[in-house]
Ligand binder design. Structure first.
Ligand code: FES
Length: 176
């Protein structure tokens, strides 16, 4: 009888320890599945659009991809306004217009170079060209630069978040 009680106590104690251990391991497993805070934050990139200068091409980074940002000069904007498909590609923030695109050629993914003297982009791989709004000018690229999802937040752009302006571009076939 005494032995039975002892066995019962030992069984319960062992069960309790095992249960605590199981909960602990489940917690540890969940922790290892959850993305690190830095990885979560890495999905979004915030650009302060007020720092860019007209006509100066800057390459930023989002999810490991180059992002071309080109604040349109008066001359670029005048040219873009002549073609509805060009002007539609530009992002307007605080009264200024920007080309903001993924800087990868839509042919086979090379990184085109900005030509300051011509205000356009040339892809060295197969000769494709894009204008200052990111629209394709010379094949083989099948379309203009792709525009990453963005949301306008005051004078900032949050890349990786879908805002109404980007959604409209996507719905109108301006970007994939
Ligand atoms: S990869 Fe750019 S033209 Fe082919």
């Amino acid at each position: 009888m005494k032995n039975n009680n002892r066995r019962g106590f030992m069984g319960k104690a062992f069960g309790a320890v095992a249960a605590v251990g199981a909960v602990g391991s489940l917690y540890a497993m969940k922790k290892s599945w959850d993305p690190l805070p830095s990885v979560k934050a890495a999905g979004f990139t915030t650009l302060d659009m007020s720092i860019y200068e007209e006509g100066v091409m800057v390459t930023e980074k989002w999810r490991g991809k180059p992002i071309f940002v080109l604040k349109q000069s008066a001359e670029m904007l005048k040219k873009a306004k002549e073609n509805p498909r060009d002007i539609e590609r530009l992002v307007e923030v605080d009264g200024s217009h920007y080309m903001m695109c993924i800087g990868l050629c839509t042919h086979l993914g090379c990184i085109p170079a900005f030509r300051q003297d011509k205000n356009d982009f040339k892809c060295a791989c197969h000769g494709g060209e894009f204008d200052a709004s990111g629209m394709v000018q010379l094949v083989p690229p099948p379309r203009g630069f792709d525009i990453p999802p963005f949301k306008i937040d005051g004078t900032k752009l949050v890349l990786g978040e879908v805002g109404p302006e980007w959604q409209a571009m996507k719905d109108n076939g301006i970007t994939l």
